[in-house]
Design a protein around this ligand. Structure first.
Ligand SMILES: Nc1ncnc2c1ncn2[C@@H]1O[C@H](COP(=O)(O)OP(=O)(O)OP(=O)(O)O)[C@@H](O)[C@H]1O
Ligand SMILES: [Mg+2]
Length: 450
């Protein structure tokens, strides 16, 4: 009870103190006009014959009028309210800075690109993301100098007059094609207030979102196309077997062989799609197992020996000294090497050679020790324009050649995702007419990075 009373008294005293300081502050700010008025009334009383009583009453009335006046622009009302609400009073010079400091960090913390504009649509403040978007922006610049985009400038002008946020889509072609959504919001009153922005424009880059939506649509279109082709062929053969070839045992045997290979192709495609989705789901889970890359390379070479023999390809394994251990999921690394060696056999030279080499290298800057497994062939190679897109789903450098060889176009997409999960790096190099090399870099177990 006593404590509560004491704290109430302390609170009251704090409030009185704050009020007294506020009055003192006002007195200090209006000292000049008050002194001037006092001098005039003193002169009127001394030299003009005005009675001292009348002069005192008139002086008090004038002083009340002066003290009761709205603070002028230079006195910054915002500063006053903010200081009052904080229960402390700082010097007038610091107040301006304080008001500005109170909202600027908010902009810096927004995870989108934002810029604050004053009443004249000049830049007051912007965050680092906005500077990334408009590298030449400077404080004080008119918006029309920051961006010449007519839609953006028009939206800012409309936003300054509107109570609702104005949203516009901006399309940029240079340096890269992208779609950015800009939202213009008016802050506070129509005319704005000194030291506070009138408009806030926030920008959101929608290009990545558009790209993902496009990729999803392409993926579904590609997957259904890949399934539709063998399905159509199967249906055609079924109809032929039911009709014209019903009594032709020779044709039936041939057609059943093709039908079986088409069904196998569909099974492979579905297996690859499932495998890709499994890998994608686990991409954020770090692998737990440990394996020796020398051993896995030898295992894959042996497993694909019959396939290599059928194409008269020689598979050579070059091991590194001692075991090369990495933290990995063995089944996934086997799948990576199988896909790469299978490609090298399929798209390499018939009667050529495929080399699987495991080595330790110094890589990166500053150089750090890493392990590398490279699969190289001496086939026709891949034209440079295809290299950046090879790991996209269903992308093939030569679609008909790939289909003829039973390819679904998903092998390298699976490789890419497995490598990402293992924090590795896939590098592809190729010289047309000489051959291709697919290399993967991993951190060796026990190195500083693992
Ligand atoms: N060693 C290589 N030499 C030449 N071209 C290659 C080589 N490896 C891959 N390619 C090209 O890259 C494309 C994509 O390969 P990817 O492994 O993803 O699909 P695929 O082999 O066609 O089908 P899948 O592996 O799903 O059976 C291939 O279609 C081929 O055009
Ligand atoms: Mg492949």
């Amino acid at each position: 009870m006593l404590a509560r009373s004491l704290s109430a008294v302390r609170y009251g005293l704090t409030q009185v103190g704050a009020e007294a300081r506020a009055v003192l502050h006002r007195l200090r700010r209006r000292a000049r006009p008050l002194v001037l008025v006092a001098l005039i009334f003193w002169a009127l009383a001394v030299f003009g014959g005005l009675s001292w009583t009348l002069a005192s009453v008139a002086l008090v009335a004038m002083a009340m009028v002066i003290m009761g006046q709205e603070p002028s622009d230079s006195e910054s009302d915002d500063d006053f309210t903010s200081s009052k609400s904080q229960g402390r009073f700082t010097g007038p010079g610091n107040l301006d800075k304080e008001a500005a400091a109170s909202w600027r960090p908010l902009l810096d913390a927004i995870p989108d690109a934002v810029v604050a504009l004053d009443q004249n649509l000049n830049v007051m403040h912007f965050n680092a993301l906005f500077q990334e978007l408009f590298p030449k922006v400077r404080p004080g610049q008119p918006l029309s100098h920051v961006s010449r985009n007519p839609e953006l400038n028009e939206a800012a002008e409309r936003g300054a007059l509107s109570n609702e946020p104005v949203v516009v889509d901006l399309f940029e072609r240079v340096p890269v094609e992208r779609r950015i959504s800009a939202t213009v919001s008016r802050l506070g009153g129509r005319e704005g207030r000194r030291n506070l922005p009138l408009l806030l424009i926030s920008f959101r880059d929608l290009s990545e979102q558009d790209k993902l939506a496009q990729m999803r649509a392409d993926f579904i279109a590609n997957a259904s196309h890949e399934l539709r082709t063998p399905l159509a062929s199967l249906r055609g053969f079924v109809e032929t077997l039911q009709g014209p070839a019903r009594d032709d045992p020779e044709a039936r045997a041939r057609f059943l062989g093709i039908m079986s290979s088409q069904a196998n192709r569909m099974t492979r495609l579905i297996d690859d799609l499932l495998s890709l989705s499994r890998v994608e789901m686990r991409v954020h889970l770090p692998p737990r197992g440990i394996l020796d890359l020398n051993e896995v390379a030898a295992y894959v070479a042996q497993a694909l020996e019959p396939l290599a023999a059928a194409s008269k390809v020689k598979v050579i394994v070059t091991k590194s000294d001692g075991p090369v251990r990495i933290r990995a999921d063995r089944d996934e690394i086997v799948q990576v090497l199988q896909n790469l060696v299978h490609n090298a056999i399929k798209y390499g030279r018939e009667g050529g050679r495929v080399e699987i080499a495991v080595s330790r290298v110094l890589d990166g800057s500053p150089p750090s020790p890493r392990v590398l497994v490279a699969v190289a062939d001496d086939g026709p190679g891949i034209a440079p324009e295809h290299l950046p897109r090879l790991t996209e789903r269903f992308y093939r450098a030569n679609a008909s050649a790939s289909r003829d060889k039973g390819g679904t176009g998903l092998g390298l997409a699976i490789v890419k995702h497995i490598v990402i999960r293992h924090r590795g790096e896939l590098r592809i190099s190729s010289v047309v007419g000489k051959g291709s090399t697919f290399s993967i870099l991993f951190d060796e177990l026990g190195s500083a990075r693992t």
